[in-house]
Design a binder for this molecule. Structure first.
Ligand code: 0L1
Ligand code: MG
Length: 264
């Protein structure tokens, strides 16, 4: 990075951190820094998250995929997903409520969370390698909350903003995937007792294992691997829905069970 880019990255980091701490919206970084590139955006993301974990005395607890549906990729004019980092203190325990006022404009999305049972070191990880590395799967929900006004951002903006990650909740019921085909699991997403959307595991790039393989190869570009025991949120199975105090959202996934989240 040139010294100008370093200064811009430091300023961007400060803006995102302040927006996160103050629950305030900002304009996209690329409005004033259109040349922000993907590599720099991931570097900002990492520094942002490491700073948050230090100030909250917590740690990075896993990885997440974003933009895993073809529809979302088309909307953003991109041909691949993105990844972000999970923060342990941002996990909502099963049965605990989400305090909506602690966020800016949260939305909930149903996901499959997996835990890996083998190390994955890219490049060259195939969906077959990734499939064999998935040890268990669970029902999960991600609460996304872009720090950008009206969720308006470019690809590099959202990467720098840790892919809109805000909170996540994962069922403690972990199902071994040995005899499970994640592609064909039916998904029902409800809000206040009404079905909002349905999907299948194949909504994640055709197969969550494809997402995991992409992730292993992508983090390798940044000198990282995915060690055995890593939790990965594999991406939204349906569109995210806005949530408000009083709402209860629930995801049910065939063979994985159900998970509810009450918003206060
Ligand atoms: O987890 C996600 O799929 C979110 C990716 C970022 C895009 C968004 O905020 O909708
Ligand atoms: Mg998500």
């Amino acid at each position: 990075m040139t010294s100008v880019a370093t200064d811009k990255a430091a300023a961007a980091l400060g803006k995102l951190q302040a927006a996160n701490d103050g629950r305030s919206e900002i304009e996209p970084l690329t409005d004033t820094w259109p040349e922000l590139d993907e590599h720099t955006a991931y570097a900002i993301q990492k520094r942002l998250v490491v700073g948050q974990t230090k100030s909250e005395h917590t740690h990075i607890s896993g990885l997440k995929l974003g933009l895993t549906s073809v529809a979302k990729q088309k909307q953003m004019s991109v041909g691949e997903p993105i990844y972000g980092l999970l923060i342990a203190s941002r996990m909502i325990g099963e049965g605990d409520p989400l305090h909506v006022a602690s966020l800016i404009h949260p939305k909930a999305e149903p996901e499959i969370a997996i835990v890996t049972g083998r190390d994955l070191q890219g490049p060259g990880v195939t969906p077959e390698h990734a499939r064999a590395a998935i040890e268990s799967a669970s029902c999960a929900m991600e609460i996304i909350d872009s720090r950008y006004k009206d969720f308006r951002f470019t690809l590099t903006d959202v990467i720098a903003d840790n892919t809109s990650a805000a909170r996540h909740t994962i069922s403690a019921y972990r199902v071994p995937v040995k005899d499970l085909d994640l592609r064909t699991l039916g998904v029902v997403f409800e809000k206040n007792g009404e079905v909002v959307t349905t999907a299948a595991g194949a909504a994640i790039l055709g197969d969550p294992a494809v997402g995991l393989a992409w992730l292993a190869n992508k983090v390798a570009e940044h000198g990282e691997s995915i060690p055995a025991g890593t939790v990965v949120m594999t991406g939204a199975l349906t569109d995210a829905i806005a949530i408000a105090p009083g709402d209860v959202v629930r995801v049910s996934i065939a063979q994985l069970g159900s998970l509810s989240l009450r918003c206060t």
